[in-house]
Write a protein that binds this ligand. Structure first.
Ligand code: NAD
Length: 484
């Protein structure tokens, strides 16, 4: 029985908002209070069938539109989404537990930028031609067909828009499956599509969990490509399920990233930059730097200033302007992160600050934890090498570049990293030796949407961003025309 005060969202299929016919729902909970505030359909394979059918029906005429017409649609989406900026930010903050300031600056703002950026990229596409003495090779970028877009809970609308914009921009139609923990802004985006009259079936959405809705979507014979962002173990299942039918596949997976602090860094900006890298979104960003490697000669001073900085970070009501850390996504996830605090103690770690739950006034039922800094665990311990994905960082000291590089590369992951040094040449050459997809020197998460985004090793397969996204969401065909 659904409570009357609870918002009910629906699947969006073929231009209609519909319930799963079986009437099963999943509860949507506010991480900050632990209270249910919405419900979404718990879809299954039969809902996925209808959504894929709607996408297949829509794709030919959508794909036949000129690229400029599709760019205009992306621009219209951006305009309509921008009008709802504050609504997006407050809904995302409520659904994820993140601070409103972050939901405004990242989730609401950058979702709009994603649509605008790809609209602009589509408009600037030139016909690529490779000339031979007696022939011309024309590159034709065709749509792939129907795509499955599967996203996690940490940056719900941002990551969904990052996939939808290039996918439909290149003439594909899609079926989206957002995280069951954070379905609300995906629903808002579907309402935006509906409002502006995006042709029906171009974007469809089924709510539900991974087993019931995600898995049948990936294996569906009517799906031509899969773009997945989520955990590494789920990515393995998605890859295995997509492989037998040779679906085009992009995987953006987990990370365990290092922040490397050299003794010649600007200490003040390194302390605040490394703290931001460690704790943004409560440490729940795949790029977060949760293993902090500090050169021995400045280790003591860095540790002292870093811990003081972390202790001053404001944890509390996500809707407060000044809040820096909100709640963790779920009770289960909080327990998992707290489990790593216990493991750190077993691994010889000393808690320098945090290490426990907290309970801001009025939010006693939520999933709260203090930002936590630990030292003393080995650089190859489980705490220092496994993805924790919470407000917990470990400190380690090193004596040489070689040692720092060895520690940084000693994980199964290879997503991102940051290097802090006054010597930009050294910063660059050190970064190039790191086994990761992205490194920032003297910054973190300073994103240019044209640059490649993605990981190596167990952090993923393929790249997103700029021309890499357009390449993934299209099939390049060569037409060779021989002259007399
Ligand atoms: P998750 O893997 O549990 O879930 C991600 C999505 O996959 C959800 O929508 C889920 O319902 C769906 N899913 C689950 N099982 C499935 C299956 N068998 N088949 C198809 N879909 C299935 O991840 P999460 O807990 O939502 O997100 C956190 C993880 O995402 C972290 O590991 C984080 O590092 C990673 N992440 C990576 C990036 C990146 O760009 N590399 C970005 C954000 C998050």
């Amino acid at each position: 029985m659904v409570d009357e005060r609870i918002l009910e969202i629906k699947n969006y299929i073929g231009g209609d908002f519909i319930d799963s016919p079986r009437g099963d729902f999943l509860g949507v909970f506010e991480p900050a209070t632990g209270r249910q505030f919405a419900s979404a359909p718990l879809s299954d394979a039969s809902d996925v069938d209808i959504a894929v059918e709607a996408a297949r029906t829509a794709q030919p005429s959508w794909g036949a539109l000129g690229i400029r017409e599709r760019a205009d649609w992306l621009e219209r989406i951006a305009d309509a989404l921008e009008e709802r900026h504050e609504e997006v930010a407050s809904l995302e903050s409520r659904d994820t537990g993140k601070p409103i300031s972050l939901a405004r600056s990242v989730d609401a703002t950058r979702s709009v930028s994603n649509f605008r950026f790809f609209a602009e990229m589509l408009r600037s596409q030139d016909q690529e031609v490779f000339e031979m003495a007696d022939a011309s090779n024309f590159v034709v970028n065709k749509p792939v067909g129907v795509g499955a877009l599967i996203t996690p809970w940490n940056l719900p609308l941002y990551l969904l828009s990052w996939k939808i914009a290039p996918a439909i921009g290149m003439g594909n139609s899609v079926v989206c499956k957002p995280s069951e923990l954070t379905p609300m802004t995906a629903d808002l985006l579907m309402r935006v599509f509906d409002e502006i009259g995006l042709p029906e079936g171009v974007v469809n959405l089924v709510h539900g969990d991974g087993i019931g809705a995600g898995s049948p979507l990936v294996s569906h014979p009517g799906v031509d490509f899969v773009s997945f962002t989520g955990g590494t173990s789920t990515g393995g299942k998605v890859a295995a399920s997509a492989a037998p039918s040779f679906k085009k596949l992009s995987l953006e997976l987990g990370g365990k990233n290092s922040s490397i602090v050299f003794s010649d860094c600007d200490m003040q900006s390194a302390v605040s930059g490394v703290a931001r890298a460690g704790f943004l979104n409560q440490g729940q960003v795949c790029l977060c730097g949760s293993r902090i490697l500090v050169e021995g000669s400045i280790y003591g001073e860095f540790r002292e200033r870093f811990v003081r900085h972390v202790e001053q970070m404001k944890v509390g009501d996500p809707s407060n302007e000044g809040t820096e850390l909100g709640a963790l996504i779920s009770r289960d996830h909080l327990e998992k992160v707290l489990g790593y605090v216990e493991l750190a103690k077993e691994e010889g770690g000393k808690i320098l600050t945090g290490g426990s739950r907290c309970s801001p006034d009025g939010f006693e039922g939520g999933n709260w934890m203090l930002p936590t800094v630990i030292e003393g665990v080995g650089a190859d311990s489980r705490c220092a090498t496994e993805e924790i994905f919470g407000p917990l960082v470990t400190l380690h000291s090193f004596e040489s570049e070689e040692e720092a590089l060895g520690i940084a590369n000693n994980t199964r992951y290879g997503l991102a990293g940051s290097v802090w040094t006054g010597d930009l040449e050294r910063g660059r050459s050190f970064s190039e030796k790191m086994e990761t997809g992205m490194v920032w020197v003297n910054s973190w998460l300073h994103r240019d949407l044209r640059a490649p985004f993605g990981g190596v090793k167990d952090s993923g397969v393929g790249r997103e961003g700029g021309r890499w996204s357009l390449g993934f969401f299209s099939e390049a065909m060569n037409v060779c025309v021989k002259r007399d």
